[in-house]
Design a protein around this ligand. Structure first.
Ligand code: IMP
Length: 430
């Protein structure tokens, strides 16, 4: 038995929530290690929908421990709101099943204000962030002026740190014609919320060390995807954290050897929210059909997702960068009924064929996809639970994706319901 890290191998929204929930049944502890409430997972269990943003997906299952590591940026108001909404749905949440790292950076209202104001300034060149303050909060962490969850234990020291933090941000806000913030505006809400949060704070590294030594199973739950990684993604149109499995170790506080099997959640086609290059984006009818059938609207912001064909070059590259051992292929059923499916097998850049996604953002914007066409299938794959339930063309499509990406398929998901999954290889078996 091994631990498992679940990451997105495209631009996020690959359907990680369902797979993490499915795996969490076997895990003893589920750990978030990066991102924040820019992420949105929808789980459907016995017909009930649960929307999760900051809480690890394990929280829905009784008897599982859930952890928010220090690599996650936390908006305290959003977290309290999410806890209370889930409790309203009958989910038990207490310090017995949720621990939050003392060292997790806090997202403050100033971060959200800066995020939104900067996007407005960028105009047409905007990144298309979720407007949650994620980027500015990570910047403050790296600049060593951020507040951390553990700071809630000492409000006098927190007020001093807030004054230093605002001294920095107010200069820019004023120059940008935005309202400045006072220390009181930051500290008063934190004062009100701290009693609800402090009981959850703990030393995540020590808890994980206990689980590791006891041989209990750890599931690391990534957010976003490899192509949104701050270093390896389509910079600058990326999120502000590392979305790779290496971050599972760094953002939780455990050795890299404990990360285990890396499962890359991979949609059977491609979507992206926000701006930035997307070589296989389909602007025609097929793109519209994929969006409609796949219900491609953001869980967090409700924005319409851009849709297009499977990009095997990008997924192959993501597989190498992230060390993906196996793919969990999702939303195969959305492709039902297409006469012809396209798969991107290479790009042309200024007339030359290339087999990788270039690092330069100018070149990323110029690449054109080279497509291979494959016959579709008319039968429904929705709800299939074994290879035998799939039309032969669907099996051919999956096999071709494996060949082109070099990544074996571990599971295939054929509907939002957790049981509608074809298991090829159990990630916990390594
Ligand atoms: P930020 O993470 O809010 O700074 O947004 C930066 C970029 O990442 C934007 O293109 C967002 O649309 C994208 N993004 C952030 N979180 C997610 C996610 O969970 N799924 C898909 N895209 C995301």
């Amino acid at each position: 038995m091994t631990n498992v890290a679940v990451i997105g191998s495209q631009w996020g929204d690959e359907g990680k929530g369902k797979i993490v929930d499915w795996l969490s049944e076997k895990a003893d502890i589920v750990v978030r290690f990066q991102g924040g409430h820019n992420a949105g997972h929808t789980l459907v269990i016995d017909g009930t929908k649960y929307k999760l943003s900051l809480l690890p997906s394990g929280i829905i299952r009784a008897g599982k421990m859930s952890v928010i590591g220090h690599g996650v940026v936390i908006d305290p108001a959003a977290l309290i709101n999410e806890i209370s909404t889930r409790k309203g749905q009958g989910v038990a949440i207490s310090p017995d099943n949720l621990m939050i790292s003392y060292s997790a950076p806090i997202i403050l209202p100033v971060h959200q204000r800066v995020d939104v104001a900067r996007e407005a300034q960028r105009g047409a060149g905007k990144i298309g962030t979720t407007g949650r303050g994620i980027g500015p909060a990570y910047e403050d962490k790296v600049a060593r002026r951020g507040l951390r969850m553990g700071d809630l234990l000492d409000m006098d020291a927190l007020a001093e740190k807030t004054a230093a933090l605002l001294a920095h941000h107010n200069i820019w806000l004023k120059a940008a014609g935005e309202d400045e913030l006072t220390v009181e505006e930051i500290t008063a809400p934190l004062q009100e919320m701290r009693d609800q949060l402090i009981p959850y704070l703990g030393e995540v590294w020590a808890l994980l060390d206990d689980y590791r030594r006891d041989g209990r199973r750890i599931l690391f739950e990534g957010a976003q995807g490899v192509m949104l990684d701050i270093d390896h993604g389509t910079y600058p149109f990326v999120t502000s954290s590392n979305t790779l499995p290496g971050q599972a170790a760094a953002g939780a506080g455990i050795g890299p050897g404990s990360v285990g099997y890396v499962l890359g959640i991979t949609k059977a086609y491609t979507t992206r929210v926000g701006s930035g290059p997307f070589p296989t984006e389909d602007f025609g009818e097929d793109g519209v059909t994929l969006g409609e059938r796949g219900h491609e609207f953001g869980t967090v912001t409700g924005r319409k997702r851009r849709c297009g064909w499977f990009d095997a070059v990008m997924v192959r590259q993501a597989g190498k960068i992230a060390g993906i051992h196996g793919m969990a292929l999702t939303k195969l059923d959305v492709l039902d009924g297409f006469d012809v499916l396209k798969i991107c097998t290479g790009y042309t850049l200024d007339g030359k064929v290339i087999d990788r996604f270039p690092a330069s953002s100018a070149e990323q914007a110029r690449v054109e996809p080279v497509y291979e066409e494959i016959e579709g299938w008319s039968q429904s794959t929705m709800g299939a639970r074994s290879w035998a339930d799939l039309p032969s063309q669907a099996v051919k499509y999956i096999k071709r994706l494996e060949e082109l990406t070099g990544i074996p398929v571990a599971t295939v998901s054929t509907s939002p319901e957790r049981e509608d999954t074809i298991l090829v290889r159990d990630p916990f078996e390594g």
